[in-house]
Design a binder for this molecule. Structure first.
Ligand code: 13P
Ligand code: SF4
Length: 365
């Protein structure tokens, strides 16, 4: 065994089939010491190697419960951070490609969230009035911010319960970074649109007046997912003009107007469960990432179900797509030789309050 890591360049040009064989062999050598978690947006060539697949909530729980020494997260950066925070100190979280981030998560950072908090404090007593809620799609230091200010984390599958928890404590919520998840969830809890104000983090006081801040029950950070913003209500209208029997299902990161026209709204895990459980020969229009929809289409074909992607243009999550068989083979062959590459490690000073906000979420759902 050499002390030096096998270089990524040795793998970059390997054909997928060769990587496949290396991945299977390395997994066999590693056995129970390594677990591979795969998000539903991963491409097939990677997804097939996952020991467990799921949405953000399910994968967080799996990371917290795992006994493996190495947790290889085929997903994006914030997911591997959560795995590191929730696992035991001696366990190691690994992200196959360090450039696999989330553009929505990057729309909020600690500097502009702290500035927002200070600006809100000039209008209301923030600590007793506002619960900060961060979508799990956010950096660890924002989860820590929530932990330090009596707040909590949510995912797309538990956002409603988390907002209920938050309103049971304080009368307002600052929700970041995804305005759509906040709006879609708040509206379905009965909060009128006029009581949800968008906080534009590029402008002083979020671009809001004191009166607007006072009136708002939810302050929605002006963030969005570049993939889910591609789905438009007119896509549904056009499709239904041809196939009126179509059932529409959307991820809550999609725009309000899309969710308004949807028959079902849910996380990636719930989209899969709903369509798979539907009667044979039904037709579905799905507003979420393309890799998930393509796989669902293949799986449901035998039942005579028709599963269609909502947007006429291809919109994949380019950062989820970064994890390829070449990176996975590189990671696993190094691990099988006892060398850790691409470890994600959150410093304890951040991890401790972030864990508090994550544990609060896991105790609610
Ligand atoms: P889920 O938790 O529904 O899998 O969503 C994660 C995500 O990044 C959606 O864009
Ligand atoms: Fe982030 Fe959107 Fe990709 Fe999900 S689909 S990881 S929210 S950029």
């Amino acid at each position: 065994m050499s002390a030096f890591a096998l270089p990524l360049e040795d793998y970059a040009l390997l054909p997928d089939d060769d990587c496949d064989r290396l991945i299977v062999a390395a997994k066999q050598r590693l056995g129970s010491r390594c677990v591979i978690l795969g998000h539903h947006y991963q491409r097939d060539e990677v997804f097939r190697h996952a020991d467990f697949t799921g949405d953000s909530l399910k994968l967080s729980r799996l990371a917290a419960q795992s006994e493996a020494s190495y947790i290889v997260f085929c997903g994006v950066h914030f997911m591997a951070e959560v795995a590191d925070i929730l696992s035991r100190p001696e366990q190691i979280a690994i992200l196959p490609d360090l450039a696999a981030g989330c553009s929505m998560a990057d729309m909020a950072n600690l500097v502009n969230v702290e500035r927002c908090w200070q600006e809100l404090a000039t209008v209301v007593d923030v600590e007793s009035t506002v619960t900060p809620v961060t979508y799990i799609n956010s950096a660890a230091d924002l989860k820590a911010f929530c932990g330090n200010h009596g707040g909590i984390v949510c995912t797309s599958s538990n956002a409603r319960k988390i907002l209920e928890w938050s309103f049971a404590r304080r009368r307002k919520v600052l929700f970041f970074p995804d305005q759509h998840l906040g709006r879609n969830t708040g509206y379905r809890m009965g909060i009128p649109l006029e009581q949800m104000a968008v906080w534009d983090y590029t402008r002083p006081m979020g671009g809001l007046t004191e009166e607007q801040i006072e009136k708002a029950r939810i302050l929605l950070w002006k963030g969005f997912c570049s993939v889910h913003q591609m789905f438009r209500p007119e896509h549904i209208d056009r499709f239904k003009a041809e196939y009126p029997e179509t059932l529409v299902i959307a991820h809550p990161e999609a725009a309000f107007e899309v969710c308004e026209k949807a028959d079902y709204i849910g996380s990636t895990e719930s989209i899969l469960a709903t369509v798979k459980a539907a009667p044979p020969n039904t037709r579905w229009l799905v507003a979420t990432e393309l890799n998930l929809v393509n796989r669902l289409h293949q799986e449901c074909k035998a039942d005579g179900k028709h599963v269609h992607f909502m947007s006429p243009t291809v919109c994949m999550c380019s950062t989820m797509f970064r994890t390829d068989p070449q990176h996975l083979a590189w990671i696993l062959e190094n691990l099988a030789e006892g060398r850790v590459v691409n470890r994600i490690e959150v410093p304890e000073v951040v991890a401790r309050p972030a864990r508090q906000a994550l544990d609060a979420m896991l105790s609610v759902v």
